[in-house]
Ligand binder design. Structure first.
Ligand code: ZN
Length: 661
């Protein structure tokens, strides 16, 4: 492992806490050292507190819980009175909740973020800077039957070896004892078996460089034993259509979780090769690399697609270990759905309530596969016993988080495809659904659709919706990103130049029908098997037009194509109702912030009615201007609970039209 220390960059960070921020970010931005949110760092300083007794307090500034090392700022560190921490670590026993309270009492500032649960481990080390990571190469050594032997061979007296105990007070207490008896002039770190690495030093740089040196030693040890190189993946074979199989799996997982879940497909060929290994059961069913991974990945991945059996086994695991709770504590069983799936055909898939959760689980498991392969090449992969994993998955601090969890967004875990997503009503629909927590797949012929939103919950695909293959490919991409489809919002449409029926070219008529009618048949037909699998029932919103109930002269092709689309939607509502799929139609009028309303079109329509363009914009009963956003809000509402018992409806959004009313 290469040191990434840069003197010029480091010099931009002032004083000791600044140096602490700089090297924490170096550690946090390397996924071979820590995964998102993992690891923690500290520095010991003198600080002035609010009370007289804290005029010149010796404090431990340690990473606050919930902060990411890769992006941490000075305010992400909490100052705790060092003497108090050392006294707490000396106590023979302390429950998790009492430790959390004791850490809050030790804080110099009562408003500071809650300190990392590993604060005691940092406090008991006499060194100024302490870095704690979950370094991958070190875990490959320790997660083997002879883990301790490998560590001692690799490191000699450079490190103190710490047997596994639960993070928190127990770990701080044990390290205090071992450090008191074993710390020598040669010691530059601790190896925590089945957990990670600690290094320390007098400066931020010394501690950081020691982490790099210790990880490099582990890599060299693996390399010397022929266990560092990951075997090249087997070629995955011809590309298959996986979309519907992913959607079926997502439906089962959502059923087990009792809420809609996102399923993310990982295309990494190393993962597919791993899932296809003859010994995948033996390798994958031992447990995670460190117990805290279980919070994101569960203890074990599902092998294959039998979610019901997985869920039953998870309930057994909970019941077998529930008795380990502290006296007086109530444990709330987490949902029994898997978070990681290894399947011979699908490869690696990960599930989450949000796409970020699913992507985090994928990153952890991709790393775990590397670890398993290295540990197996070295000796054999051996994770901690289930009881130790359970203690962390169900520790009181995690259970407390469940109670504080905010109410989920309306469409959390749900997926929508929006056509015409690059502009106008389609773009406004993308925003409306993202704001309600959905994953959105935006389709448009305009390439701007791909880069229009900076969130993992959005995926844009360039797609000519009149092309059958392009539509199939877009649905496949959506299923691979998010796992399926719950809602389809059809916005793409064209408004051709005004023409009287007497002069209307057949080609113009057909082109209008191709986009406004035929393409939507393709989209609905392709969506149907996905919508049937939607955990909360599929929903379709069709954006038609006021021209359906009240056509305008010169707009024969447009009005007829939207009328055909409306009839298509009504028949779909009849045919799909038995599957719980709702199909509703919106008839907007005079939405002038959309692509089809060029100034030329507005002037032509205004001239036709003998009004000015501005009068034309608000020419409705309520004298209001209707915007794309208004239509998008209605589309999202029609997919929500307000319209749960409505299908086949046509709702105008036009400020009131005398001809329609
Ligand atoms: Zn840790």
């Amino acid at each position: 492992m290469q040191s990434r220390w840069d003197d010029a960059e480091a010099a931009r960070f002032e004083d000791e806490i600044g140096q602490r921020v700089y090297s924490s970010r170096l550690l946090g931005s390397d996924s071979a050292l820590v995964l998102s949110g993992g690891g923690n760092t500290s520095v010991k300083l003198r600080r002035r507190g609010l009370q007289d007794a804290d005029a010149d307090a010796e404090v431990l500034c340690v990473k606050g819980s919930g902060y990411d090392l890769g992006t941490i700022e000075v305010h992400g560190f909490t100052a705790l009175r060092l003497k108090q921490l050392i006294a707490i670590a000396k106590l023979a026993e302390l429950s998790d909740s009492d430790m959390a309270r004791a850490l809050r009492l030790a804080a110099l500032d009562p408003d500071a973020p809650a300190a990392s649960v590993e604060a005691l481990l940092h406090a008991i080390l006499p060194h100024r800077y302490v870095d704690h990571t979950h370094a991958e190469a070190v875990l490959a050594l320790t997660n083997t039957p002879s883990g301790e032997k490998h560590v001692r061979r690799a490191y000699g007296d450079l490190v103190i070896v710490v047997p596994y105990v639960k993070p928190g007070h127990a770990l701080g207490h044990l390290c205090a004892r071992l450090v008191a008896s074993e710390l020598s002039g040669n010691t530059i770190g601790l190896v925590l078996l089945h957990h990670g690495l600690v290094s320390f030093g007098a400066s931020a740089r010394e501690s950081y460089e020691r982490t790099i040196a210790l990880v490099t030693r582990a890599e060299e040890y693996l390399s010397a034993n022929g266990a560092y190189e990951i075997p090249a993946p087997i070629p995955p074979g011809p590309e298959a259509q996986l979309g519907l199989r992913l959607a079926e799996l997502r439906a089962q997982i959502s059923h087990a979780a009792t809420v809609p879940m996102v399923l993310h497909h990982d295309a990494d060929p190393v993962c597919l090769s791993f899932a296809r290994r003859a010994d995948v059961a033996e390798l994958s069913q031992s447990g995670p690399a460190t117990p805290d991974h279980a919070i994101r990945t569960k203890r074990l991945p599902l092998l294959g697609r039998d979610v019901d059996s997985y869920a039953a086994a998870y309930r057994d695991y909970f019941e077998a270990h529930e008795g380990r709770r502290a006296a007086g504590e109530e444990l709330q069983m987490l949902d029994s759905a898997p978070r990681v799936v290894l399947d011979r055909e699908l490869g690696l898939c990960t599930a989450g309530r949000s796409v970020s959760d699913a992507i985090d689980a994928a990153e952890i498991y991709r790393r775990t596969i590397n670890l398993i392969l290295r540990a197996s090449a070295l000796e054999r992969w051996q994770a901690l016993p289930a009881a130790d994993i359970f203690d962390v998955e169900y520790w009181s601090l995690e259970q407390a988080k469940l109670k504080r969890r905010p109410k989920p967004s309306e469409f959390a875990g749900e997926i929508v495809i929006v056509t015409g997503a690059a502009s106008g009503i389609g773009a406004a629909c993308v925003d409306a659904f993202l704001a309600r927590g959905a994953c959105v797949c935006g389709l448009d012929i305009d390439p701007d659709v791909t880069a229009s939103r900076d969130t993992p919950a959005y995926r844009g695909a360039v797609c000519d919706v009149t092309e059958e293959q392009a539509v199939a490919a877009a649905f496949e991409e959506c299923a691979r990103s998010f796992g399926g489809l719950d809602m389809l919002v059809l916005c793409a449409g064209i408004f051709p130049q005004s023409r009287s029926v007497a002069t209307l070219e057949l080609a113009d008529w057909q082109r209008t029908f191709a986009v406004n009618a035929d393409a939507n048949l393709l989209l609905m037909r392709t969506a149907h098997p996905f919508l049937e699998l939607a955990p909360n029932g599929g929903r379709v919103v069709v954006v038609a037009s006021k021209n359906v109930p009240a056509p305008g002269p010169g707009a024969a092709a447009y009005s007829s194509s939207k009328a055909a689309l409306t009839q298509l939607a009504r028949v779909a509502a009849l045919e799909w109702g038995a599957n719980g799929i709702r199909v509703n139609v919106i008839h907007p009028d005079a939405v002038f912030d959309t692509g089809i309303w060029t100034d030329e079109v507005i002037s032509a329509r205004a001239a036709h009615y003998g009004v000015t363009p501005q009068e034309y914009r608000t020419r409705n009963v309520l004298r209001v201007e209707v915007a794309s956003k208004d239509v998008a809000e209605l589309a999202a509402t029609m997919c929500g609970p307000v319209f749960a018992k409505t299908t086949g409806a046509q709702v105008p959004i036009d400020g009131g039209n005398e001809r329609v009313i």
